[in-house]
Ligand binder design. Sequence first.
Ligand code: CP
Ligand code: NVA
Length: 313
Amino acid sequence: MDNNKAITPRHFLDLDDFSYATLRSILDLAIELKTKLKNGEHPSLLNNKILAMIFEQTSTRTRISFDVGMRQLGGETIMLAGADMQLAKDETLSDTAQVMSRYVDAIMIRILSHDDLLELARSSSIPVINGLTRRSHPCQVMADIMTYEEHRGSIKGIKVTWLGDANNVLLSWIHAAKIFDVELTISVPNEYSPDQGMLADISQAGNNIKLNSNPNEAVKNADLVMTDTWVSMGDKDVDQRLKILAPYQVDKNIMAKANENALFMHCLPAHRGHEVTSDVIDGAQSVVFDEAENRLHIQKAILCYVFGIEKLN
Ligand code: CP
Ligand code: NVA
């Protein structure tokens, strides 16, 4: 708890708020924490800290992994459904943030509007973590990078191909491409191409990003093939999306055009038969459950970071 507004809290809102060095140190800490956990060690780094989690939308991974992660570090959690709070009626985000800052030590929130996330963070004197907005999903992409590096070594210079919808997970990958020096090829249909906001982030990333609406070409030489649901939280045009995005399904033929040892990733939840076929997501190149596990380890390191702990000891 900290109601001293003179101290700027360490939020975790978007990857492009951070330097390479900071994100790398979070990844290093995540690996250390994972190793310790596997050895049965539970460093109580967040004793007496309370994380409040607000979910305006459904979640399995984010909800459970933050809850378990906080407990493994000696802290506690409070789970709040946005619909049960006065926020859902007419209390402002600013008042909510100021009140919560008097009770708990950090907030993790899943909320559709990124502007609302930013407003909450501006009014909060405790750290706020982005657990997914319509714009971005930074915790997910940190877990993805950790997973790639565990399987194949440094992510620097690899070729990542994103197929399907231009959504929140992709935006965090666009940020990561510049920071980690990854070549990201985005293959999306013209009807669901990046909006103005995403195009601005793409142009910031410069030469690291390529757009190619032909999925067969885009996937050539890929070291990592990624997709996500065609219908994200808040999307309404479901039937049209399923039809227009169908040519971007990741199947065996697409994977065969990538590098022989390419990995397949998906943040989950997945829709077999839509964005990915069962033989790919359940096949040898898929690391989706390692990605899901690593949400736990990377978020423990993110929690440590927002509380000012960057190293063990
Ligand atoms: N990938 C992810 O954020 O999953 P949940 O929606 O289950 O939290
Ligand atoms: N793009 C998806 C991610 C779910 C974790 C969504 O926003 O629904």
